[in-house]
Design a binder for this molecule. Structure first.
Ligand SMILES: [Zn+2]
Ligand SMILES: [Zn+2]
Length: 579
């Protein structure tokens, strides 16, 4: 939805709510609700439409059209401002509490003088003052108290890795039911975004089984409480705090629904525009002929894309970043998958802060079918990570070479290091030592609040060290915990291209650094990328999937990723970076 549409729909929604609180004429309320709905579903930007175009829309009368034009011209709607003056300032916020409608808000205001979330919280401490009000009652008050705590959770986001594990579990559990034909998670999680707000799960099933399916869902072990439960949609919160929405979809509409709930909103708007221009209409239920309303496609996403004249667009690309024109021209990238990864080039052993021996690490990599594993323990500045000083590193190289010789013919074991990029851009080991290593990953770990040119110069200095192959987690961010550096990424990419070295997508789900947009810019500039798990523990190899998702969001193909090279090509590349 265009921004203007979103803003106007929100204003109409709020006007409807305020009118309801004020117990205004029912038809005025309905008119506002209808206007909001029409604008939300409208594929075009209202600001580009004339008064006459607006009037032609079903559900838009003269009053509504006037207000839309007023907003487009002045950025506000006077009637909306006037309405807001008639109620206490803090009242609209109460409507954000799940299950709290305008009628109840009006009761709370008129009967208990509750004018804000703060005064509601205060009143809930003495619930008997509220339960005595006619139309409220104990059950309702308890529900309000419970839901109030949900708003504190709202807006909270979760890492991709954490949400993904939960979603995979729920989907597998829902598939156990014989009534469930298909189940999948949708939303930003399916698109592989680095953080998600909640989890959307869709199941395809005959609606007549919805009671049984819902019962199964709310009884699953991680569920702490049910937020709302209806025939086709149920929302729960897990013990860990994540909200999970379950939607039961009739199997013949599953594809259209999966597409709708996968989003992104922007991608869906483009698809709806395209459908309209082709005489069709796309909704969460189906792609239909606009005139005859006959269903053209709905069962699978592939059917819908095909009917729209498009190649199937993988979920990670559905961000309105050029994917639709690429799909139309049959020019979508052949996205990298986990099967394309043949090497891990950043991993730790218990020589620094890992839990594995060199032999265990090499064995795990071999079991995954990799042709190469690089042992890259921390350098001496990483004291808390037991980083290796020069003499320990020299011994470590000998130890790695011993395992390499043992594993010959199975897997290629590289002696490397994750060497610190110090705050001034110098590396933590001298070049005379670095040149003895098969591979050097240079990473920033300290002074991560650096911004602008200081950060840019620091990283570029490391890139220009003639023994470096990969810049590890280039900004040093930790999702929702640490912003990391904000260097000029285009300058860094340019320097990396000149040197022919790779920038890393660190697959650890707390990092995912480079992020998708930086990685996309790198690929477009012809920069090589690495996808590394930065393994410290045995299970860390599984983090690869999150790095892959990020790379796919960046339109990455195997040719862009050094971990996808054949053994010979990788060796050649490692040599080519060196003098
Ligand atoms: Zn690191
Ligand atoms: Zn590391």
């Amino acid at each position: 939805m265009a921004d203007t549409n979103k803003q106007i729909a929100a204003i109409f929604d709020q006007m409807a709510d305020v009118l309801q609180i004020l117990d205004a004429n029912r038809f005025r309320i309905i008119a506002m609700q209808k206007a909001s709905r029409v604008i939300k579903e409208l594929p075009n930007d209202v600001s580009t439409m004339s008064h006459k175009d607006l009037l032609a829309l079903d559900g838009v009368g003269k009053g509504t059209a006037d207000k839309i034009v007023e907003f487009c011209e002045t950025g506000q709607i006077v009637e909306h401002k006037e309405l807001l003056k008639e109620i206490p300032k803090g009242l609209p916020a109460l409507l954000d509490i799940p299950g709290l409608g305008a009628k109840t808000v009006a009761l709370l205001w008129n009967e208990a003088n509750i004018v804000s979330i703060k005064s509601l919280e205060k009143a809930l401490k003495k619930p008997e003052t509220l339960t005595s009000i006619k139309g409220l009652g104990q059950k309702k008050i308890e529900a309000i108290a419970k839901n109030l705590s949900f708003i504190e959770q709202a807006g909270k986001r979760y890492t991709l890795g954490r949400a993904h594990l939960k979603a995979v579990y729920f989907v597998a559990q829902m598939r156990q039911l014989p009534e469930v034909a298909q189940a999948a998670f949708a939303g930003s999680l399916r698109r592989g975004r680095d953080t998600v707000g909640d989890i959307d799960i869709l199941v395809a099933a005959d609606p007549k089984h919805s009671a049984k399916i819902t019962k199964h869902f709310v009884s699953l072990e991680p569920v702490k409480e049910t937020i709302v439960s209806g025939k086709t949609k149920t929302s729960v919160r897990t013990k860990g705090g994540i909200q999970i929405d379950l939607r039961i979809i009739s199997p013949d509409a599953y594809g259209a629904a999966l597409m709708y709930f996968t989003g992104s909103k922007e991608h869906n708007v483009r698809l709806r525009e395209r459908a309209l221009s082709m005489g069709m209409s796309l909704s969460e239920y189906a792609l239909t002929n606009k005139k005859t309303e006959k269903v053209i496609a709905s069962e699978t996403e592939a059917d819908v894309y095909k009917a729209l004249g498009l190649d199937f667009i993988p979920p990670e690309l559905r961000e309105d970043r050029g994917e639709i024109s690429a799909a139309e021209a049959h020019k979508l990238p052949k996205l990298v998958t986990d099967r394309d990864i043949h090497a891990e080039l950043h991993a730790h052993t218990h020589a620094s802060d890992g839990l594995l021996s060199i032999r265990e690490l090499a064995g795990l990599a071999y079991d995954r079918g990799f042709h190469t594993i690089a042992v890259t323990d921390h350098s001496k500045s990483q004291v808390q990570a037991h980083g290796l000083d020069e003499s320990r590193l020299e011994q470590h190289i000998i130890d790695v070479h011993a395992v390499r010789d043992e594993m010959t013919g199975k897997i290629n074991v590289l002696a490397g290091a994750e060497v610190d990029i110090l705050s001034d851009g110098k590396l933590d080991y001298s070049n005379s030592l670095l040149k003895h290593l098969d591979i050097v990953v240079a990473s920033p770990h300290v002074a991560l609040a650096q911004t602008g040119s200081t950060a840019t110069k620091r990283i570029i200095k490391a890139i220009n060290n003639p023994y470096v192959h990969i810049i590890g987690h280039p900004t040093g961010r930790l999702l929702m915990r640490r912003e990391g550096m904000s260097p000029d990424m285009s300058e860094i990419i340019k320097a990396a291209v000149e040197r022919g070295i790779a920038l890393e997508i660190n697959a650890n789900h707390h990092r995912l650094d480079l992020r998708d947009t930086h990685a996309r810019a790198a690929i477009e500039a012809g920069c090589l990328l690495a996808i590394n798990t930065d393994t410290h523990r045995p299970n860390d190899f599984n983090e690869l999937q999150y790095g892959i998702l990020t790379a796919r969001r960046a339109w990455a193909e195997p040719k862009n990723i050094v971990n996808c090279f054949t053994e010979a090509k990788l060796q050649k590349w490692l040599k080519s970076c060196r003098p």
